[in-house]
Design a protein around this ligand. Structure first.
Ligand code: MN
Length: 399
């Protein structure tokens, strides 16, 4: 395999079939994080202003270039929080969401953000049942809103909501008007997470050819395709991709930030200049503030992401971790865990005992092995404390 950015080394060993794939924006791809907006729309989650600021600061330190800090129109407190984040002087640009309504835009202007993400639904379903607006009425709103944002010296971005259920002709009509009025970027959304990667490829390629504005992608995960769709959107010409920590957001959520970063940087060799070694720290912070545990199996940041139990795996990992870990856990700030249980082999029990500074003879090891497997069958996991108790018992019965 051709090495990509020198990432195949002692710490990384990826599929030999991975190839350098062409991304129109290459290393200039920008991930914009929406943990503070869409992430907070996860049922049951509400961050305090201080928590939002902490998360924004950490995102900025890690190298995230854009932070969607909130939806200022929803409340005074939200608007103040967005303003507080905007006033921190972070390197990241601060974005705020706004409907095509004067009061929304005013709230975003007052919050002093760099970019206002104007959006309006474009699908026939939403136009009829949600907005009760005609295409012509939407067009007038697009012009008025972009003009208004521009007049206040803020960068206008224009997105259609529910783009993947909107005809390409309507999307082009809206984009053309937005571009002519002075939008600086346009966004397309898979609001229901119901598009295939092929549909995303069609939509974004078509729009990449159609407009000279940079394109952003806001994608949901209802079918579990958000990450694949984000990669596809970027391959098809998008420059900006929205993500949230753990993919947390409305319903089944969004694109998981840590997976998008790792996939782009390691599987596709794109240099996003993001400090991946703090991804676990970011995950812990967001989980603590959201009051929601990270699923153990969450890629990269979950407790099980680098945990080994089965004897065969553990023995191999102890000889060379790359046998069962594609990247070293330190790359994402996680750590390796060796768990004893019913699948444990002799080698790992011996290693564990050595770690604990306990010496046993062969006969004792046989008995300990059996007890570990027995307890593992019953409890699933044998913790260090359990192992020490087992050794105690075995020794006592021998005295
Ligand atoms: Mn969303």
């Amino acid at each position: 395999m051709e090495e990509m950015n020198g990432i195949s080394g002692d710490d990384v060993s990826l599929s030999i079939y991975n190839r350098k794939i062409y991304f129109p924006w290459g290393n200039d791809i920008i991930i914009y994080d929406s943990t503070l907006r869409d992430g907070e729309q996860m049922p049951g989650v509400a961050f305090t202003p201080e928590q939002k600021l902490d998360i924004a600061i950490l995102l900025d330190e890690i190298g995230i270039k854009e932070i969607e800090a909130g939806f200022p129109a929803i409340s005074d407190r939200e608007a103040k929080t967005v303003k507080m984040i905007a006033e921190q002087g972070l390197n990241a640009r601060i974005l705020a969401l706004s409907r095509l309504k004067r009061e929304d835009i005013d709230a975003a202007i007052k919050a002093d953000v760099d970019v206002i993400l104007l959006f309006i639904a474009s699908s026939p379903l939403h136009l009829k049942y949600k907005l009760n607006l005609s295409i012509e009425e939407v067009e007038r709103l697009i012009v008025d809103s972009i003009d208004y944002v521009k007049d206040h010296g803020i960068i206008p971005s224009f997105s259609t909501e529910d783009s993947t259920r909107t005809s390409i002709d309507i999307l082009k009509r809206f984009v053309k008007i937005a571009e002519e009025t002075g939008a600086k970027r346009v966004g397309f959304t898979d609001t229901l997470g119901c598009a295939t990667p092929e549909a995303i490829e069609f939509l974004f390629s078509e729009m990449y050819r159609f407009t000279s504005l940079p394109i952003s992608a806001h994608l949901h995960n209802d079918f579990g395709l958000s990450l694949a769709n984000a990669i596809t959107a970027l391959r098809s010409g998008a420059r900006y991709a929205c993500a949230t920590v753990h993919g947390w957001g409305e319903r089944a959520g969004n694109v998981p930030l840590e997976q998008l970063v790792m996939t782009l940087q390691y599987l596709y060799g794109i240099d996003l200049r993001i400090d991946t070694e703090r991804l676990k720290e970011l995950s812990d912070l967001v989980s603590r503030y959201a009051g929601i545990d990270v699923p153990k199996t969450q890629p990269f940041v979950g407790d099980n992401a680098f945990t080994h139990e089965s004897g065969i795996h553990v023995a191999a990992v102890l000889r060379n971790p790359r046998t069962y870990e594609p990247v070293d856990p330190s790359i994402v700030g996680n750590r390796r865990r060796i768990i004893l249980g019913k699948h444990s082999g002799r080698h790992v029990v011996e290693t564990k005992l050595k770690e604990l500074g306990i010496e046993v003879n062969d006969e004792e090891l046989d008995i300990i092995m059996n007890k570990v497997k027995e307890l593992g069958e019953r409890k699933g996991e044998v913790k260090d404390d359990d192992l020490i108790k087992i050794i105690f018992k075995v020794r006592r019965s021998h005295e």
